[in-house]
Design a protein around this ligand. Structure first.
Ligand SMILES: NC(=O)c1ccc[n+]([C@@H]2O[C@H](COP(=O)([O-])OP(=O)(O)OC[C@H]3O[C@@H](n4cnc5c(N)ncnc54)[C@H](O)[C@@H]3O)[C@@H](O)[C@H]2O)c1
Length: 327
């Protein structure tokens, strides 16, 4: 098979990361880049020996096998629709959108087209996450405590609710996805936002959010986020079962049981590389290890939106199972 011809929509921080990873794969060629800021696309195109394209339609005319949609949360929808109509496989960065409707609409199109898709939940590829899942396989989880304790990321759209969706949707989605992966589906949530935005211009997101989660298995959990720090403090999940405590995130895995404590160091780059490798392999038809296709990310997105809705309204929000009737 010919090399996998890839296009990039969005040329910001995460697109640059994917471009670095993809450039190391012998069987991938980054063909073109487009961005609403032409200078950003030109810069990334030059550094990857790709071509600049002025818009999505022009990019999609370049005979592509796969397209990465690396736009901010508020900008999802039209790009995915165009890619799915044109035919290439689709990689989308999380979060899928700001709202339910856009993500549900794209999910229906993915289904109709039978498209190969993947979403940037690269934590699912971490070997420490595989190990945590193996350890928890026959241990009913009782309690979960997720955290994302960080600074405000240095992109202008982030502190605005109508641009990013807020910290739970934009960042803690990684933690919620991990909770679903290790513990199962969440059926109801209640959350509170502190109502105090971080001290950056134009911010209207909560500086801190606390949520309570009930899982279908009977496990209960919490999620705590803050963006009030000047550094990334911690992001991950603590999981407690009978006689077992486990803490896992990009940094590594800590396990404690009756036999003592052991630590396994994490390698964030490994997850970031493997998520792209698995997608390319699926596109080329030489692998089947896409762990988070669009429909799976949709479940995480609906959960994150439920937490954000509860924080905004103060109401307990049930997370409906994703039956065809809901899609
Ligand atoms: N999976 C991960 O670990 C990870 C890491 C970082 C960012 N992300 C996600 O990736 C997304 C982008 O983040 P980022 O840090 O790259 O942001 P960024 O602001 O650095 O880059 C976004 C780029 O998209 C461009 N853009 C905006 N609207 C567009 C449109 N309609 N068409 C084409 N280009 C458009 C912007 O001009 C900008 O260059 C966010 O949703 C973020 O959550 C994921």
């Amino acid at each position: 098979m010919r090399v996998c011809r890839v296009g990039l929509i969005g040329a910001g921080g995460v697109a640059q990361r994917h471009a670095r990873v993809l450039a190391d794969f012998d069987d991938v060629r980054i063909v073109g880049v487009t961005d609403v800021v032409p200078e950003a696309a030109t810069r990334l195109a030059e550094s990857t020996r790709a071509r600049f394209f002025p818009d999505v339609d022009a990019l999609l005319a370049a005979d592509l096998d796969a397209v990465y949609v690396c736009v901010p949360p508020f900008a999802h929808g039209a790009a995915e629709e165009a890619v799915l109509a044109a035919g290439p496989a689709l990689f989308v960065e999380k979060p899928l959108a700001l709202d339910r409707e856009t993500a549900l609409r794209i999910n229906r199109l993915v289904d109709e087209r039978g498209a190969v898709t993947a979403v940037g939940h690269h934590w699912r590829y971490l070997t420490v996450v595989d190990e945590a899942r193996r350890i928890l396989a026959d241990r009913p989880v009782r309690l979960v405590a997720g955290t994302w304790l960080d600074r405000v990321p240095p992109v202008a759209w982030w502190p605005r609710r109508d641009r990013s969706g807020g910290p739970v949707v934009e960042q803690a989605a990684h933690v919620l996805d991990l909770a679903r992966h290790l513990v199962g589906e969440v059926t109801e949530v209640w959350a509170a936002g502190n109502g105090t935005p971080p001290e950056v211009a134009g911010a209207d997101v909560d500086g801190a959010t606390a949520a309570a989660l009930r899982f279908a298995t009977g496990a209960v959990g919490t999620l705590g986020t803050t963006c009030a720090l000047g550094w990334k403090h911690r992001a991950g999940l603590e999981v407690y079962a009978d006689g077992l405590a486990l803490s896992v995130g990009e940094d590594g895995l800590l396990v404690r049981d009756g036999d003592g404590e052991r630590r396994i160091a994490g390698d964030p780059e490994q997850g970031r590389r493997d998520v792209d490798r698995a997608f390319v392999d699926a596109v080329r038809g030489i692998g089947a290890d896409v762990r988070v296709p669009y429909s799976e990310a949709l479940r995480t997105h609906l959960l994150a939106l439920a937490v954000a809705e509860s924080a905004a309204t103060g109401a307990l929000v049930r997370v409906p199972p994703l039956e065809p009737a809901n899609v």
